[in-house]
Design a protein around this ligand. Structure first.
Ligand code: ADP
Ligand code: GLC
Length: 479
């Protein structure tokens, strides 16, 4: 049975801040079900250790001058053996994995994720007292980039795959920090981890991986050009024949409107009228007017520039006047949070804002809303639009990255051919967003046509099976 070590900084349901956790919490399990012998390696954050039953010790060893322990648990809801890297930099740190309560990155993040990378590389190249050694090392995002580079220091190394979930976070650290990490001095060059006089963790994956993947075909093309490549487009173009876009899947067990424990009322494409019970329940719980004559627009996500907040905020008044109701769930930049909160306070019957991370509310919004707003400036894949499609909540998106690959605009032609699943606009311009919203609102008032689009949206298959096969092909392809 081929062995896979899958390394990530977060995985649902143990620890999640965004879509990476959804992917790391579902793809490895599907690969296991498809016949691989998989270990998921995660940091043993304090929060994780507090929420699981006592884990089983797997190994304890000295690495890079410090003592580390690996303990095993099962990823809840799966049969996936998960190895947790126990070290005080992870296990004695409360709260968010990446930053403190004020949103400032933990000052030793370079050391923490260099340690994760060193341990992953050591396991992958058989440098630790373990009976198990992988044929494939699959790393994700900047936190694990150095692991791929470090495998090149050994003669015998596994096949390596590095997945870019976002190029926006590169793991950049200054020279003194690089020197403190004890990485080989030759990593400090442009052909290795150095990037404009800083050390870039993500380059470890981009330069050294046998295959680079990213989470949608369109994003794979976008990052080979400026501005999508964020300065790395030259390197990515050089490696173009090793760069593959594989669309993320979704966990149809966790996101299933027919059997979602968080919902007021489950529903399917055949019982769409039951969906409205979720809308009434959400309106009541958030203090919105119990209107049934205007669509409810939902937005769930990180409140950061990437997600198109600059397009939404200047026209919040026009959005509400379209007329729609709006519900926002998210956390992020203070200035966005403040403006959203102030507008909601001035329009309490039309707009609700919850500035929190709330898994249950995320599900209830997906079920309750008519339209899901996701006008991202860039979007490597995006999962929320996929959840929305499954919940018959038509996504309104900008034509970029994974959004372009997954949502089909309700143009007259696409409506006529029965392929429409949402609303797509092109330019990063608030006027274009508003125009798309007006088209959506108009179609919503034609409920027969709307429900037809909902049924097409709900019948889309974004399960992991197909994408997991593409990863298996990469794992098995000749060098
Ligand atoms: P990204 O990873 O860029 O944040 P994705 O769309 O890929 O965007 O994934 C975001 C994931 O995080 C989704 O599962 C979404 O439901 C979840 N999420 C984001 N913000 C919140 C929040 N405030 N409360 C609950 N879930 C959230
Ligand atoms: C990143 C991207 C998002 C993607 C997720 C999972 O957070 O911003 O588009 O869906 O990773 O791959």
């Amino acid at each position: 049975m081929p062995r896979l070590l899958f390394v990530a900084s977060e995985a649902y349901p143990l620890i999640k801040t965004g879509g990476l956790a959804d992917v790391a919490g579902s793809l490895p399990e599907v690969l296991r079900q498809q016949g691989m012998d998989v270990r998921l390696l995660l940091p043993a954050y304090q929060h994780v250790l507090e929420t699981i039953t006592p884990p089983t010790p797997v190994a304890e060893f000295d690495l890079a001058g410090t003592r580390v322990r690996i303990v095993a648990t099962r990823l809840p809801g799966t049969g996936l053996e998960t190895w947790l890297l126990e070290h005080p930099v992870f296990s004695q740190r409360p709260g968010n994995p990446y930053h403190d309560a004020h949103g400032n990155p933990w000052p030793d993040n370079a050391d923490r994720f260099a340690l994760l990378s060193k341990v992953a590389a050591a396991i992958a190249t058989g440098q630790v007292p373990l009976q198990w050694r992988p044929d494939v090392l699959h790393c994700n995002d900047w936190h694990t980039g150095p692991a791929i580079a470090l495998t090149h220091l050994q003669e015998s190394r596994p096949r390596t795959v590095f997945t870019v979930h976002s190029l926006a976070h590169m793991g950049l650290f200054d020279r003194p920090t690089f020197e403190r990490l004890g990485l080989p001095p030759h990593f400090w060059q442009d052909s290795s981890l150095e990037f404009y006089n800083q050390c870039s963790f993500i380059k470890g994956g981009l330069v050294y991986a046998d295959y680079i993947t990213t989470v949608s075909p369109t994003y794979a093309s976008e990052i080979c050009e400026s501005p999508g490549g964020m300065g790395l487009e030259g390197l990515l173009r050089q490696r173009r024949e090793r760069l593959v876009g594989i669309l993320n899947g979704i966990d149809n067990g966790v996101w299933n409107p027919a059997a979602d424990p968080y919902l007021e009322q489950g529903y399917t494409a055949e019982t769409l009228s039951d969906k409205t019970r979720n809308k009434s329940a959400l309106q009541a719980s958030l203090g919105l007017a119990p209107d049934s004559d205007r669509p409810l627009v939902g937005l769930v996500g990180r409140l950061v520039e990437q997600k198109g907040l600059e397009l939404i905020l200047p026209v919040l008044g026009e959005i509400l006047a379209s007329p729609v109701q709006l519900v926002v769930l998210g956390t992020g930049e203070r200035r966005y949070e403040q403006q959203l909160r102030a507008t909601a306070a001035a329009n309490p019957r039309a707009m609700a804002v919850v500035l929190a991370y709330d898994e249950s509310l995320a599900h209830r919004i997906e079920a309750a809303a008519d339209i899901f707003l996701m006008p991202s400036l860039f979007e490597p894949c995006g999962l929320n639009q996929l959840y929305s499609l499954r919940y018959g909540t038509l996504p309104l998106v900008r034509e970029v990255g994974g959004l372009a690959d997954t949502v089909v605009d309700s143009s007259p032609e696409n409506l006529a051919s029965g392929s429409a699943t949402g609303f797509v606009f092109q330019r990063p311009d608030a006027a274009d967003l508003l125009a798309a919203l007006r088209r959506a609102t108009a179609l919503w008032h034609d409920q027969a046509s709307w429900q037809q689009v909902q049924r097409v949206a709900m019948s889309q298959d974004f399960s992991w099976q197909r994408s997991a096969k593409r990863y298996l092909e990469l794992y098995n392809s000749p060098d």
